[in-house]
Write a protein that binds this ligand. Structure first.
Ligand code: ZN
Ligand code: ZN
Length: 474
C-alpha cells in the first residue's frame, strides 16, 4: 500500500510546490496500514495448522517455539530469541465416565490439569451433589468423605467474560476443597457456556500437603442429564429408609477412568522479539500473548489469535519510522498450566525498567472497550488514544486496566502502566479449552479490527516520551 501512496504524495507535493495551492496529503499512519490486514490470521492459521495443539512442557510446545522463532525472524523482527525454563508437566491419559445408576449412561469427561489418576481400573462412587462451589465450601466433611463430589453451577455468557471468575472457582480450587474434605474424586460441570457435548479442560491446583484426587469436567449436556438423574434418585427412597432411618434417597453411582501422568520437570520457554526504539533511554513497552495451548483443540482462539494480533500490530509499527520506545513481543510459554512463562519473564527482566504492558488473550472477536492505567500526567495520551479508537466502535471504560496473565509478574514487580483492549467475550467460553477451539471459529473481519486497534495504541504509546510507569507503592 505504501508503495503506491508514497509516489502519489511525492507527485502531489511537486504539484503543490508548483501551484502553491494543494497541500500534500499526510503519510498514512501505522494504524491506517492494516485496514486490509491478513497477517494476524496467517499467523493463527500457520501455528494451528503446522504445529496444532501445543501443551506446555511437551515436544509439541518445543515445535511451536521453533515455529515462532522462524516466523518472527522471517517477519524481520530484531533480537528474536528463545528463553527456556523448567516447569512441572502433567499430561492427559485415558478419560471415560459413566453413570452406573439409577440409569446407566456414558458421559463426556475430560481431566483437569493436575488431576490424580484413578489407576487403570475405574473408580466407582456415590455422587454428592452441590449446586454451587460455595455449597461445597460450606459442607461438613462427613457429607463429602468417601464420595464423588459433583459441582453443578453453570457459567453464563457475558460480553466481558466476567462469569469466569465466579463460576471458574469450581475448577480452580473445587478439587482442592473436595480433597481436603476427604472426597475420593470430583466432577464439575464444565466452565463453559455452550451446549455441545464437549467438556472444557483447564488447570486446577492442590495446596501443598493435599493429596490430589481424580478431577474431571463433564460437558454441559452430560451435567444436565446427571442433574435429572439426581432429582429422580432423590424422589426414590431407599427400601425401608422411610420408617426407622428417616428418608434416604437412592444413591447416584458414577464410574470414572482418568489416567493422567506427571512427567516431572520439563522444558518450556518464552519467545521474545523486538521492534527497536530510537531512544535507548526510554523503557520499553512489552506486549504479550501465550504460545502454549491446551491439547484438546488447536488453540486457535486461545491463544494463537492473540499472538497473531500483537505480532501483526507490531509488524505495522515496524513499517513506519522507528518508534521512540522499543516494543518487545513476548510469546509466553506455559501459561495454561500455571503462567510459568510470565513468571520466568518477570524474574529475568525485573531489573530492566519497563514502561507499559499489554496482552491479547481473549480470542479474536472485536474490541469493544479500552481500559487504561496510566499516570495522571499521561491524561492527554489517554484522551488521544480513546479518540482514535472511537471510530472503531471502542468505548472508554471507567475501571483501571489490569493487564493479562503473562505480563502480571512484570507489572507487579515494577508497577507498569497498562492499556487493555477488551474483546467481546460473548462466545469465548463456548469454545475455551475444548476440542472446538479451532481455526474456523476465528472471524477474520473481527480479528482485523483488533489489529487496527492494537496498532493505534502501539503507535501512540511507543512514541510517547513522557513518564509512563506508575512504580510500586511501598
Ligand atoms: Zn489463554
Ligand atoms: Zn486458556
Amino acid at each position: 500500500m505504501k508503495i503506491y501512496i508514497v509516489p502519489v504524495a511525492t507527485a502531489l507535493l511537486a504539484i503543490s510546490q508548483q501551484s502553491g495551492a494543494i497541500p500534500p496529503p499526510p503519510p498514512p499512519t501505522a494504524a491506517q496500514l492494516p485496514v486490509k490486514d491478513t497477517l494476524a490470521f496467517e499467523i493463527t492459521e500457520g501455528l494451528t495448522t503446522e504445529v496444532g495443539p501445543r501443551q506446555a512442557g511437551t515436544e509439541a510446545e518445543q515445535r511451536a517455539r521453533d515455529w515462532a522463532v522462524n516466523k518472527l525472524k522471517s517477519l524481520g523482527f530484531a533480537n528474536v530469541r528463545e528463553e527456556k525454563f523448567d516447569m512441572p508437566t502433567w499430561v492427559r491419559g485415558e478419560e471415560k465416565a459413566w453413570v452406573v445408576s439409577p440409569f446407566p449412561t456414558p458421559m463426556a469427561i475430560t481431566a483437569l490439569g493436575n488431576s490424580a489418576s484413578t489407576g487403570d481400573k475405574p473408580l466407582e462412587g456415590e455422587i454428592v451433589y452441590f449446586p454451587t462451589y460455595d455449597a461445597l465450601v460450606d459442607a461438613p466433611a462427613q457429607m463429602v468423605a468417601g464420595k464423588i463430589v459433583f459441582i453443578d453451577h453453570q457459567m453464563k455468557a457475558a460480553q466481558d467474560g466476567s462469569g469466569y471468575g465466579y463460576f471458574g472457582r469450581a475448577r480452580f480450587t473445587g478439587p482442592n476443597v473436595a480433597a481436603k474434605k476427604g472426597a475420593k474424586a470430583i466432577i464439575i460441570r464444565s466452565i463453559g457456556t455452550d451446549n455441545h457435548r464437549n467438556p472444557h479442560t483447564g488447570n486446577t491446583n492442590f495446596e501443598a500437603g493435599v493429596a490430589p484426587i481424580p478431577s474431571g469436567a463433564i460437558s454441559n449436556p452430560d451435567a444436565d442429564n446427571l442433574v435429572r438423574q439426581v432429582k429422580r434418585a432423590w424422589a426414590i427412597p431407599l427400601p425401608g429408609s422411610q420408617s426407622e432411618l428417616g428418608y434416604r434417597p437412592t444413591p447416584v453411582i458414577v464410574r470414572l477412568l482418568l489416567t493422567p501422568n506427571n512427567l516431572g520437570q520439563q522444558k518450556s520457554g518464552n519467545i521474545i522479539a523486538e521492534v527497536p526504539g530510537s531512544n535507548a533511554s526510554l523503557p520499553p513497552v512489552v506486549i504479550a500473548c501465550h504460545l502454549d495451548s491446551w491439547d484438546l483443540g488447536t488453540g486457535a482462539i486461545d491463544d494463537a489469535s492473540g499472538c497473531g494480533i500483537i505480532t501483526a500490530a507490531a509488524s505495522y509499527l515496524k513499517k513506519g519510522p522507528p518508534p521512540k520506545r522499543t516494543v518487545r513481543l513476548l510469546w509466553a510459554g506455559a501459561e495454561e498450566v500455571g503462567i510459568w512463562g510470565g513468571k520466568a519473564y518477570g524474574e529475568a527482566y525485573k531489573a530492566q525498567p519497563h514502561a507499559l504492558a499489554m496482552e491479547s488473550d481473549f480470542g479474536a472477536d472485536r474490541v469493544w472497550r479500552v481500559d487504561f492505567k496510566l499516570p495522571e500526567s499521561a491524561k492527554p495520551l489517554e484522551d488521544k488514544i480513546a479518540a482514535a479508537l472511537a471510530p472503531l466502535g471502542i468505548t472508554r471504560g471507567k475501571d483501571p486496566a489490569t493487564g493479562g496473565a503473562d505480563v502480571g509478574a512484570i507489572i507487579a514487580a515494577q508497577g507498569l502502566a497498562i492499556v487493555d483492549l477488551q474483546q467481546d467475550g460473548t462466545r469465548y467460553f463456548d469454545l475455551h479449552h475444548t476440542p472446538d477451539d479451532t481455526l474456523d471459529k476465528v472471524d477474520p473481519e473481527q480479528m482485523r479490527q483488533n489489529v487496527i486497534a492494537w496498532t493505534t495504541v502501539l503507535e501512540n504509546v511507543a512514541n510517547y516520551e513522557g513518564e509512563l510507569a506508575l512504580g510500586v507503592k511501598p
